[in-house]
Design a binder for this molecule. Structure first.
Ligand SMILES: C[S@@+](CC[C@H](N)C(=O)[O-])C[C@H]1O[C@@H](n2cnc3c(N)ncnc32)[C@H](O)[C@@H]1O
Length: 376
């Protein structure tokens, strides 16, 4: 029997571009009507494959920025095109500034059952430095509004190592998170992406950013505090109460299949990675002509699949299963990566528990380095 897939839907619109962001999104609402007609065509074209789907992630950009009627509309198309399983996890990404009670009610009716709020920080100065359009009061109100509708399945996105952020600032952010007590939390270290405003700022003012030592102190602190509060780390940047891990995101780290629809989205089906065009006009034009807007399609070799299995797998606290490796590739994990695993274990970066190989606390600090070991 075919395993259910994850479905990602990209909404490339925002009110304003954040200073750290290099995601594919526009701040001018360009051709919104045409985009959603095209997206619905793309969803319908996938109907012929009769895929079963047990997680949907409506991401962006800022899905809460667009009129909620579009969400209602394309979710109806999704139900017509895919066998959406009972109890499927359906997430929508939101921003404190654009969410409203009316929109939340539409999302609920459309079947959304997981609500992800981009907060990033509760420090108004930090929020200004990174170009957020809301303040902390707005974020707290928005979360209160979600809860007033009886919704408890909430994720909060936070960021650390922000410009001019001190250890005490981070402590206060963590305290606020614990007061709010969400069921799921993503806590990312700021990545300075080339081409973003913050990247240029860093080039000129590197001293404004926490150094490696402070970054690690912040990370260790927050992992410990969240753990004590029952928000268990299950991936380098992700924390959840028991049974609230994101099923959709776990698919990415476990080499499971997913379908990515919308501008610039990627899919992984039948050991093939496909990427949609990132050109808005071409995306709309292709679908008007009834063609899928695929820009590239690449069959992944067995060697690359093994690498991905390890690189994504060791990001999870649970680690990778040796048995699963053997089931997928018909060879023992040690036969392929014995030397690398032994080396990492000797350096105290990896450990073994039963069938699982996983990074140690120190290994998670050096996860990028550990991941590189599995690229041959
Ligand atoms: C695709 S964004 C969507 C969030 C939503 N648009 C908002 O306004 O909050 C998802 C999350 O990725 C994280 N993120 C985006 N760019 C990042 C960067 N350069 N470094 C670290 N985290 C980043 C942020 O925490 C963000 O909430």
């Amino acid at each position: 029997m075919m395993k259910n897939k994850g479905l990602y839907i990209h909404i490339p619109y925002c009110a304003q571009k954040c200073k750290y962001c290099d995601f594919l999104s526009f701040a001018n609402g360009d051709r919104m009507e045409d985009y959603f007609s095209a997206l619905k065509k793309e969803i319908s074209l996938f109907g012929e494959f009769q895929y079963g789907v047990d997680s949907v992630f409506i991401g962006g950009g800022t899905p809460s920025f667009i009129p909620s009627s579009y969400v209602k509309d394309f979710m109806e198309t999704v139900r017509g095109a895919f066998a959406l399983k009972e109890g499927a996890e359906i997430t929508i990404e939101m921003n404190p500034e654009s969410v409203s009670r009316e929109k939340l009610e539409v999302y609920l009716k459309a079947g959304v059952n997981r609500f992800s709020m981009g907060v990033q920080s509760f420090n108004d100065e930090s929020l200004r430095y990174i170009g957020r359009i809301h303040n902390s009061k707005k974020a707290i109100e928005a979360i209160g509004m979600i809860r007033s509708l009886g919704i408890e399945n909430i994720n909060i996105d936070m960021m650390m190592a922000l410009p001019y952020q001190t250890f005490d600032d981070l402590k206060r952010d963590v305290e606020m998170v614990l007061q709010i007590n969400p069921n799921h939390l993503s806590y990312y270290s700021l990545i300075l992406e080339e081409g973003t405003c913050l990247y240029d700022y860093y080039e000129k003012n590197p001293e404004a950013f926490p150094d490696e030592g402070l970054d690690r102190r912040m990370y260790h602190y927050l992992v410990g505090e969240l753990e004590n509060a029952g928000l268990r780390q299950y991936e380098i940047s992700n924390f959840a109460k028991e049974n609230y891990e994101s099923r959709h995101n776990l698919k990415y780290w476990s080499l499971e299949e997913y379908i990515g629809l919308g501008l610039g989205s990627s899919s992984f089906i039948d050991k093939t990675r496909r990427k949609n065009t990132s050109d808005l006009s071409f995306y709309i034009y292709s679908l008007e002509k009834g063609r899928l807007p695929i820009e590239s399609s690449e069959k992944i070799t067995e060697k690359e699949l093994m690498e991905d299995f390890m690189i994504f797998g060791i990001r999870k606290n649970r680690g990778v299963s040796k048995e699963e490796f053997k089931k997928l590739f018909s060879v023992e994990l040690e036969g392929v990566y014995g030397k690398e695993v032994k080396g990492l274990m000797k350096d105290g970066l990896m450990e073994e528990e039963g069938d699982y190989l996983r990074l140690t606390k120190r290994g998670r600090d050096l996860s990028n380095l550990c991941e590189l070991k599995f690229i041959k």
